[in-house]
Design a protein around this ligand. Structure first.
Ligand code: AMP
Length: 592
């Protein structure tokens, strides 16, 4: 197939504003595409060469692209750059340059000697993507210029857009699936089989090639393959436990919704691959997760899903999601690994030793998960429970928040609760905290207890139990546990500072439901900043004032470094102030 045909269709697709028209155009394009080229065509239509999970991007920098045009047309870099600045579009720059070259050359009279083939362009781009090492820039430039020398202005426009990652025709997966159904299966009705094949293979090119060559039967042969990611199942959202239970038939499982990075982990013998939610291969960034997988998965081949969360190195407590972003760096992986350790919270098991579990029910998958995963300090099966009343769900929700989670995910437990790859349906429903505003003011809290440290903090305190002052009842009410923000010096000084106030048991004026390793006379005040104030089932601050059976807690508290020795315990932030901050926070959300 000539690349010219592809370029002409791209031009028409770009010009249309109607989705149905776009589908018709793609169907017309399929009509003229040989079966053995459809895979390339489908990928190129989305500006790719391979499915995302292969992780091979063309990615030529603008400068190199301009040099490619210069070499192919003889037009100076300076001129080309000025056109590029004018239009902001390398595709148009290339089109203009090729037009000028063609007009001024003999070729315009004679016609081009040979037309570019789709296959030739695809292979050229693939070589560009794979070029690596010292000479890679030269190799890329040679190939690009070689293609452009043979290209018409329109072809050049699209080659440049693809090669710089800016094709953006707006052709979504769903659009292509619909066109495939219409053209190869005769109607939209069979889209579901196409979709299933795509959702478990994540490879639209392969799906297109299969339906083109083998029809419906070929699609039905698609299987889950360890090593190849499935498109992840997603959750719907509802606002209250009542609505969720109604949707789920009065009873469902609830799981902690951890706030981290979703991982689909594939184990094939000793080989472990990790895919992100967007199906990028992120194995390189997480050698620790590879190790954990080998250590805890008792199966030769398996596919799991887990939320990977950042944790406090000493205490294992959850850290905010943003901390994980430090793990996505290119260099210094080993340091990042030490500074930002993670835990795996496993919630799915999709394949074990030759058996595809995606068509089994949630409870069956859960049972298998329990058998093949041995839990450890850094690898756990997510906290879960079966609930059948809004109160039970609400309590679970509060516990989840208290433990540093975002909320909960309710999961259908009926027979129909299969793993629906790539789908967002009501088999999973999320319930999140309804407010997300940041806590901006720091608070001054009283140290009422402490916990012994682990690991590096062995022998000293690893976290403190902090309280606000309830001035009406003259008691101290716990509002958070804080182990973050302390320097090594702070940590080694804490016992010296606090031990004079040590007590055998909880002080009479301290109201606490949590236990502590050590209790203190409420005296020392420190400044703390948190992310926000949330409802809490375990902290006693404002218990029953905002909601029955719930208190308030500061989420993700950090010591700011300021000891408030200028304040007595009774001058610390009051419970009333914390309630006001909480209400202000809620109001801000409503105003948004
Ligand atoms: P959202 O990203 O808000 O649509 O919520 C769904 C996401 O929650 C999933 O993609 C996972 O990354 C994450 N998650 C955290 N805990 C769980 C869990 N127990 N089950 C399923 N997903 C979870």
């Amino acid at each position: 197939m000539k690349f010219k045909i592809f370029a002409e269709f791209c031009n028409r697709i770009e010009a249309t504003t109607k989705r149905l028209e776009m589908i018709d155009l793609i169907v017309d394009l399929f009509k003229v595409t040989p079966v053995n080229e459809i895979k390339w065509l489908v990928n190129l239509l989305q500006g790719k060469l391979h499915p995302d999970y292969v992780g091979l991007e063309i990615g030529i920098a603008d400068k190199l692209a301009l040099r490619g045009i210069e070499r192919a047309t003889g037009i100076s870099l300076k001129k080309l750059s000025s056109w590029f600045v004018e239009t902001g579009d390398l595709g148009l720059t290339c089109e203009k340059a090729l037009r000028i070259k063609t007009q001024s050359s003999l070729l315009s009279f004679l016609g081009k000697e040979e037309d570019l083939e789709l296959k030739e362009v695809y292979n050229g781009l693939d070589k560009i993507a794979r070029a690596s090492g010292k000479k890679s820039q030269d190799i890329k430039l040679d190939i690009l210029a070689g293609l452009l020398m043979k290209a018409s202005p329109l072809e050049g426009k699209y080659i440049l857009r693809i090669v710089t990652g800016r094709l953006r025709l707006g052709v979504a997966d769903a659009t292509i699936l619909e066109a495939l159904a219409l053209h190869f299966l005769g109607s939209r009705d069979q889209r579901i089989v196409l979709e299933r094949a795509y959702n478990i293979s994540s490879d639209l090119g392969l799906v297109a090639e299969t339906v083109a060559s083998k029809g419906l039967d070929g699609l039905k042969e698609f299987r889950v393959h360890p090593g190849i990611p499935l498109r992840p199942m997603l959750a719907q959202r509802l606002a209250s436990p009542e609505e969720i239970l109604e949707k789920m038939g009065g009873k469902c499982a609830v799981e902690y919704k951890y706030d981290g990075e979703r991982m689909q982990i594939h184990k094939v013998g000793d080989n472990v691959s990790i895919f992100s939610r967007r199906l990028e291969n992120i194995t390189f960034h997480y050698p620790d997760v590879v190790k954990l997988t080998k250590l805890h998965v008792k199966a030769d081949t398996a596919i799991f899903e887990a939320e990977c969360v950042a944790v406090e190195p000493e205490t294992g407590e959850l850290r905010p999601f943003q901390e994980l972003m430090h793990r996505r760096r290119k260099y210094g992986i080993q340091e990042a690994l030490r500074e930002y350790p993670v835990s795996l919270m496993v919630f799915e098991c999709l394949f074990v030793d030759g058996e595809d579990l995606t068509n089994r029910s949630y409870l069956e998958r859960r049972e298998v998960l329990g058998k093949v995963l041995s839990e450890g300090e850094r690898t756990k099966i997510v906290e879960s429970e079966i609930v059948s009343s809004p109160e039970e769900m609400e309590n679970f929700f509060l516990r989840a928040i208290e433990d540093g989670c975002e909320g909960l995910i309710a999961k259908d437990i009926s027979e129909k609760s299969i793993y629906r790859a790539g789908k967002r349906e009501f088999l999973w429903i999320k319930l999140k905290r309804s407010y997300m505003s940041k806590m901006i003011e720091p608070v001054d809290l009283v140290i009422v207890g402490a916990y012994y440290g682990k690991g590096k903090r062995k022998g000293i305190y690893g976290a403190l139990l902090l309280a606000s002052y309830n001035s009406e009842e003259d008691v101290f009410e716990t509002v958070c546990k804080c182990g973050t923000g302390f320097t090594d010096e702070d940590l080694s000084n804490l016992p010296k500072i606090l031990n004079p106030f040590k007590m055998e048991s909880r002080h009479a004026r301290v109201r606490a439901e949590l236990d502590a390793d050590v209790w203190f006379v409420p005296s020392k005040v420190i400044e703390v900043i948190g992310d926000e104030i949330t409802l809490s089932p375990v902290h006693t601050c404002a218990k029953n004032s905002v909601r029955e059976d719930a208190g308030l807690a500061i989420r993700f508290p950090r010591f700011t470094g300021r000891y408030r020795d200028d304040k007595s315990a009774e001058q610390a932030t009051t419970t009333k102030e914390i309630i006001e901050m909480y209400n202000k926070q809620l109001k801000k959300i409503e105003e948004k």
